[in-house]
Every structure is written in structure tokens, then in C-alpha cells.
Design a protein around this ligand. Structure first.
Ligand SMILES: NC(=O)c1ccc[n+]([C@@H]2O[C@H](COP(=O)([O-])OP(=O)(O)OC[C@H]3O[C@@H](n4cnc5c(N)ncnc54)[C@H](OP(=O)(O)O)[C@@H]3O)[C@@H](O)[C@H]2O)c1
Length: 404
């Protein structure tokens, strides 16, 4: 039997007046930069105690300096730099030097495990996020999870660890944050379906022949969201929605058959929950990731945020369409891997990461991505996964096969 779902409704906010101490993994990325901006906006309520990135040392140093200016009384945050050469460069930067954690995964794990960090925001990209996710939930921290790959690769492991430690996992992905808001305070047995909305990406209305000719630049031109390169490519293939189906299953414990996907090109309805009496609740808003980020940082309450409000008359109508499995086979591949379970979602994710990196490097065409993933899934034998070491070994094997 699976461990309980990760998400628990209505986590109580802290009564204390002291700022919530936050560790931010992926501080220099699209979501990481928006998290830093929110912490700067709320120095009385939020304080960064650790920042981690792969190699963008200058951005890290700039963030540390801005945070010091916004909150001069705070101790400077600990800093983890994954890449060894970048870590060596960071040792020469005065703003970072005295607070550096070790390079590589050890630094990421040390940041996630810092006892003073009440909240860990995991905004890393890719399967590299799994070990830090486990480090955070194992010590019972509140995890604000953007890194959906953690749950695709190790959903069962994360659920077991969170149940054992009593950790709360709050979704940052806009779709899952919308579902959490629609569920708040309701009994699970009232819920019939979760409906994830998808923008449809830049090729939603392109004919198949034109999609086959799509360039890297076409792929990166997302119609509604500004995001990091990997999730932007995943949105164009609809793999992102496949990964989110798996994420929803582990967060909310619903069976695969009860998790639906609908294309909603306006990106205003961020997802819906269908209840057993035929009613639906949705969360709506402009496509702005600061909203779900702040909701998780604020322990599920709505703090003020001066972003442009929606003009409902200008919005006029909301459109919904069925996803097209012919033009976007990645959604089907993700569902098949999800239902097979065990090693299959790990292989799916690894092959997808290899394919996306190859596309971004100009070595693979957009239309070749699904075939590469399908061949990798066929080449790696299935079977159960018992622990993190085994999950990472399957991940490495699948990467080797996909790269070959
Ligand atoms: N961006 C969005 O709007 C959005 C929306 C929903 C969900 N998400 C999810 O959120 C996650 C982050 O997305 P993103 O778009 O913010 O990604 P991104 O812009 O590519 O940023 C990734 C961050 O992770 C860091 N990083 C990557 N590998 C690392 C490693 N091995 N060790 C330490 N740091 C590492 C990068 O550091 P460097 O900068 O030094 O390379 C960067 O700070 C993804 O799982 C994505 O699917 C994103």
C-alpha cells in the first residue's frame, strides 16, 4: 500500500512574530529569483538563511548583497555552489567567502538539512532535486516544492519519508497550488477528479507538418509563461503536463484515472477540483508564479501582492480544449510510465532531461524528443525501486541509454 499523500490541507501558520527562515535551492533560476524578490518584499516575515545554485556565482553574490541591503540586521545566508570550478570562484567573492558550504551534492544536502531553515524552497531543475527534497522532508521541514522531478523520480520515497517525519509538502507549481486551494479544508472522499490545465504551449494550433519543422527558438517562445529553459521545452512537448500528472498523484493521493488534463490556452484557470456532487472549484488569476510561490511561503495564506489585477471584461471568455495525443505523444508516454510505476517514471524523466538538453544544445530536433523517450523506456527493464540509491542508479542507466 502507498504511503499517505504528501499534501495536507490548511497547514497552520506560525503564531510567532519572528520572520520565517527559508532555505532556497535554485536561487539563480527563474523561480529562485522570484523567491528572492518576495523575501526582499517581506523582510519582517521572511528571511533567507541559505541559498544554493549550480554555477551562477555573480547572481548569487548580487542576491546576497541585495538581501543585506533589505535586511541589514540579518546574518548573511549560507551559500552552496554545486559546480567545483564555480565554487572555487566563489571563494574569492567577499560577499560569499565566509559562508560557503562544500561544493557538489554535499553542499545542497547541507543547505536542505540546516536545522534553522523552517522552510525549504526546492526550485532546482531536474532529478538533482530528489536528494535535497528527501533531506528536507526527513528532518520534518516544510517543503515548498517547485521541483516536480523529485516526485516523478522518487514520489513513493518522498511520501514514505514525509509520513515518517511528519513533514508538510506545499506545492509551488501553479496547477497544484490551485488544487490545494480548491481542496482546503475539505474531506478527501468528497473529491472525484483533479483537472490540470495546460496552456498547450507554442505549438497548440500548429499543424503536425509545421511542428516537425519547429526550431529551438520556436520551442522557447512560450505564449503565456516566462520560465526556465527546461520547463519551457517541457511545456511545448506537453511532457510538463505528464510530469504534473505524476506530481498530482503523489501530492494528493488520487488514482491515475481521476487525474485529467485539459488544454486552457488563456492560462487563467490554474486547475480545478471536481467533487462527487458534480460541482467544481478552481483557482483563477493572471499567469504569475509569484502568486503560488508566496502562497507556499505564507503557509497557505494570501499576503498582499501588488501585481496587475485581471480585467474580467477584457478576459471575456475562457477556452478549454482536449489535448491532441497525435501531435503531443509525450503526455501519453508519461501516463504509461506513471501507471507502470517503479523504474518507468525514472527512465521517462531521465530520457526527457537528456532530450531537452540535446535540443537546447542544438543536437536534437523538437520532433525527435518523443521517439528518444519511447526507445529509452523500451530499452530499460521495469521493476520496483526500493531506495534513493536504486532510483539514482536507474536514472544514470537511463541517461546512458538515452544519450547513446
Ligand atoms: N519557472 C517557472 O515558472 C516554473 C513554473 C512551475 C514549475 N517550475 C519548476 O520549478 C523548477 C525550477 O524551474 P526554473 O524554471 O526556475 O529553472 P531554471 O530557471 O533553469 O533554474 C534552475 C536553478 O537550479 C539551479 N541548479 C540546477 N542544477 C543544480 C545543481 N545540480 N545543483 C545546484 N543548483 C542547481 C540553477 O543554478 P545555475 O543558475 O547556477 O545554473 C538555477 O538556480 C523545475 O522543476 C520546474 O519544472 C518552474
Amino acid at each position: 500500500m502507498s504511503p499517505p499523500p504528501l499534501y495536507r490541507c490548511a497547514a497552520a501558520p506560525r503564531p510567532s512574530a519572528a520572520p520565517t527562515r527559508v532555505c532556497l535551492l535554485g536561487a539563480t533560476g527563474s523561480l529562485g529569483r522570484q523567491t528572492v524578490e518576495l523575501v526582499e518584499r517581506y523582510p519582517q516575515r521572511l528571511r533567507l538563511v541559505a541559498l544554493a545554485a549550480h554555477s551562477r556565482v555573480d547572481e548569487l553574490a548580487a542576491a546576497v548583497q541585495r538581501l543585506a541591503a533589505a535586511d541589514p540586521a540579518a546574518d548573511p545566508p549560507w551559500v552552496a555552489v554545486f559546480d567545483a570550478a564555480a565554487h572555487a570562484r566563489a571563494q574569492a567573492v567577499p560577499a560569499l567567502r565566509g559562508r560557503l558550504l562544500p561544493p557538489g551534492e554535499a553542499g545542497l544536502l547541507a543547505a536542505a538539512a540546516l536545522p534553522e531553515a523552517e522552510v525549504v524552497v526546492n526550485a532546482l531543475v531536474g532529478a538533482a532535486g530528489l536528494a535535497p527534497t528527501l533531506a528536507a522532508v526527513r528532518r520534518g521541514a516544510r517543503l515548498a516544492l517547485a521541483n516536480k522531478e523529485s516526485l516523478v523520480v522518487g514520489g513513493e520515497l518522498v511520501r514514505a519519508a514525509a509520513a515518517a517525519a511528519g513533514a508538510v509538502v506545499l506545492p509551488v507549481d501553479s496547477e497544484h497550488a490551485a488544487i490545494a486551494q480548491a481542496l482546503a479544508g475539505r474531506a478527501w472522499d468528497e473529491v472525484e477528479t483533479l483537472i490540470l490545465t495546460a496552456s498547450g504551449g507554442p505549438f497548440r494550433d500548429w499543424p503536425a507538418e509545421r511542428v516537425r519543422e519547429a526550431t529551438r527558438e520556436d520551442v522557447l517562445r512560450h505564449p503565456t509563461w516566462r520560465m526556465g529553459p527546461k520547463v519551457t521545452v517541457d511545456s511545448a512537448t506537453l511532457m510538463n503536463k505528464g510530469l504534473e500528472v505524476i506530481e498530482a498523484h503523489h501530492l494528493f493521493g488520487m488514482p491515475w484515472s481521476a487525474i485529467e488534463v485539459v488544454v486552457h490556452p488563456d492560462s487563467i484557470v490554474h486547475s480545478l477540483v471536481g467533487f462527487r456532487d458534480g460541482s467544481y472549484l478552481a483557482q483563477l488569476g493572471a499567469p504569475d508564479m509569484r502568486v503560488p510561490l508566496l502562497y507556499a511561503l505564507a503557509a497557505e495564506s494570501h499576503w498582499p501582492l501588488p501585481i496587475p489585477r485581471l480585467d474580467w471584461v477584457a478576459v471575456g471568455a475562457l477556452r478549454f480544449e482536449a489535448p491532441d495525443p497525435q501531435r503531443f505523444p509525450c503526455l501519453r508516454l508519461a501516463r504509461q510510465a506513471a501507471e507502470a510505476g517503479g523504474r518507468a517514471p525514472i527512465v521517462l524523466n531521465a530520457a526527457n532531461e537528456v532530450a531537452v538538453a540535446a535540443l537546447l544544445a542544438g543536437r536534437l530536433r523538437f520532433s525527435e524528443i518523443p521517439g528518444l523517450i519511447e526507445r529509452s523506456l523500451a530499452a530499460v527493464p521495469g521493476g520496483p525501486v526500493r531506495d534513493l540509491a536504486e532510483a539514482l542508479a536507474v536514472d544514470q542507466e537511463a541517461r546512458r541509454i538515452a544519450a547513446a
